[in-house]
Design a binder for this molecule. Structure first.
Ligand code: FAD
Length: 551
């Protein structure tokens, strides 16, 4: 397979320049490219290196938004949940949720159950499954570790779990297949203006130092928590439009603490919602929601964040006895929430998105959720199309939006029956003895039908079936695929967002980093200095994610 050259731009003028390769920019790029617009997406880091790889990884209506009266948001989100299950069945999978209700909660089981009926009704009763009300006794059977004292019972309902970074990546890859150009590790350092309008941007490649200028008929700012930073790049004073909040998660091995469902808990100190989510051989728990000021690049979990989550876990699962030593890894993200005058409590700030056209012609999209990204993308592109029309620059070939019908790359040729199980068997067969069942499952879960391509590569070159870490399922073939077919340019891209070794391995993949760097160096013609720099940068990322240990 030909590797695409990330550093060369084939054009210098585009209908749309999208700044930000998070889920919001990805959704816009996919919609626009499929409609026939020429699109360039740039991100200062990797695809999804911002908030879009640091979420709770749920595609959900958001039960708690119902309580905040955001019925339209919930309705839209549950409709999108269904669309995403159809276009990305490998990445958006039904997950059972248990919401235990205790005597000291503000709302009892009866009231919450009415809420659950509304939740099911808003999905037009097309949830993965309709909810059930479980008695205290039943809860003790299905989730035996849960605190039983004061427990009234629990609704069992269904939402979906996803891999946020991969959902973003596959959305971007689909945009690329439809003609969009993607430049990762490329920062917009200045917005260019012509006749009072933002007309393009100065770009700087963060890995090579190369600079370039591009022009675009419309520029979309989809930079999430960096939204206001980006608005200022045109040289104008801007009032802050965001109220960013930080959220962290901790990862522990399922052998230390496991749950059979995603369990929804209200923190005993402040009533904030936390999820304990089964994650293959791990479990993750989060999240916090605290105001965040500062550079989103620097966000990390601190000691009090981790303690806050461990305390809640040990309260609701009294036998878990989790301690700081059990934490394998953490992640922290910044929510790009729209600032609302008068919202006192961080958790009550709206998760709705906003799209606005500035006087200088730049379109900004901010806020929203991972779950609703596809609709947000379609909406911002409609706005861009309106501007192009006004400027009389609309291409004649413009098509209508079709993102709700077409599969993401890993769902193309999805098995007609058996879904993931069928895929796992096919991967094992094609791997001809080089891919065991555990690796085949990992590949199928991660890449969907694209796992068959990796299996073919392994069967052609057996070294690609070698594990990256002895005893773990990740293989060298994934590194090759990441570089050749998934826009990975650095060791951190591969370790954090392509293979997840950063989160899942007991030593966060440090035992594999030299091997991965050597493999990438061979493919990307790195000098020894470049290879060493990549290794050091990855080690620094691991250190930053562990800063809570010393704080
Ligand atoms: P980002 O993903 O941050 O993307 C912005 C991109 O812009 C970044 O990649 C950045 O590198 C790039 N950028 C910035 N400046 C520049 C520049 N000058 N030049 C080039 N590129 C630039 N939503 C859900 O639906 N379900 C959930 O379970 C969920 N859980 C969440 C939990 C937490 C803790 C958090 C923080 C959020 C959660 N969300 C959830 C919300 C969701 O994750 C975010 O709304 C979404 O990821 C935001 O995506 P984005 O593309 O707008 O921003």
């Amino acid at each position: 397979m030909e590797r695409r050259d990330n550093t060369a731009l084939q054009d210098t003028h585009f209908d749309l320049l999208i700044i930000g390769g998070g889920i919001t920019g990805a959704g816009a790029a996919r919609d626009a490219a499929r409609r026939g617009l020429s699109v360039l997406v740039v991100d200062q880091g990797d695809v999804a290196s911002g908030t879009s790889s640091r979420s709770s990884k749920l595609v959900h209506g958001g039960l708690r938004y119902l309580e905040q009266g955001e019925v339209a948001l919930v309705f839209e989100a549950v409709a999108e949940r269904r669309v995403l299950q159809t276009i990305a069945p490998h990445l958006v999978q039904p997950m059972p949720f248990l919401f235990p209700i205790y005597d000291d909660y503000r709302m009892g089981l009866f009231t919450i159950n009415i809420g659950m009926w509304i939740y099911d009704a808003l999905s037009l009763f097309r949830s993965p499954k309709i909810h059930k009300k479980l008695s205290q006794k039943k809860v003790a059977i299905v989730e035996p570790g849960l605190l039983s004292e004061g427990l009234q019972g629990a609704p069992l309902y269904y939402d979906c779990a996803t891999d946020d970074a991969r959902l973003t990546l596959e959305t971007i890859l689909d945009a690329e297949c439809s003609g969009a150009q993607i430049r990762t590790h490329t920062r917009v350092t200045k917005l260019l203006r012509k006749d009072g309008r933002v007309s393009g941007a100065k770009l700087e490649d963060q890995l090579t130092g190369e600079a370039a200028e591009v022009s675009a008929s419309v520029v979309i700012n989809a930079t999430g928590p960096w939204t206001d930073w980006t608005r200022r790049l045109s040289g104008e004073e801007v009032r802050p439009s965001l109220r960013p909040t930080k959220g962290i998660h901790i990862v522990v091995n399922a052998s230390r603490f496991s749950v059979n469902h995603a369990v929804v808990c209200l923190h005993p100190d402040d009533g904030r919602v936390l999820f304990a989510v089964p994650w293959g051989e791990q479990t993750y728990v989060g999240t916090t929601d605290t105001d965040f000021e500062g550079d989103p690049n620097e966000v990390c979990a601190d000691h009090s964040d981790v303690k806050y989550i461990i305390e809640a876990t040990n309260t609701f699962f009294p036998d878990a006895g989790l301690s700081l030593d059990d934490v394998v890894s953490t992640w922290a993200g910044v929510r790009p929430l729209i600032s609302e005058d008068g919202a006192e409590d961080e958790s009550s700030v709206s998760r709705e998105h906003e799209i606005y056209l500035s006087d200088d012609g730049m379109i900004t999209i901010a806020g929203g959720k991972l779950t609703t990204y596809r609709r947000m993308g379609a909406e911002v592109v409609r706005k861009a199309v309106a501007v192009l029309k006004e400027l009389e620059l609309l291409p004649d070939t413009l098509r209508s939006s079709d993102t709700q019908k077409n599969p993401l790359p890993g769902a193309v040729s999805w098995p007609a029956s058996g879904g993931l199980d069928t895929l796992v068997q096919q991967v094992v067969e094609i791997g001809e003895g080089q891919i065991d069942e555990r690796t085949a499952k990992l590949l199928s879960d991660t890449y969907g039908t694209r796992s068959l391509h990796i299996a073919e590569q392994v069967s052609a070159a057996h070294a690609l079936g070698e594990p990256l870490i002895e005893g773990r399922p990740e293989i060298a073939g994934q590194v090759e695929f990441a570089v050749n077919s998934e826009l990975a340019r650095t060791v951190s891209d591969v370790m954090i967002r392509r293979t997840q070794l950063f989160y899942r391995d007991a030593d966060q993949g440090l035992g594999a980093v030299d091997k991965v760097a050597a493999q990438m160096a061979g493919m990307l013609n790195w000098t020894p200095e470049q290879t060493q720099k990549n290794v050091s940068e990855y080690r620094a990322e691991v250190e930053r994610s562990r800063c809570w240990r010393t704080g």
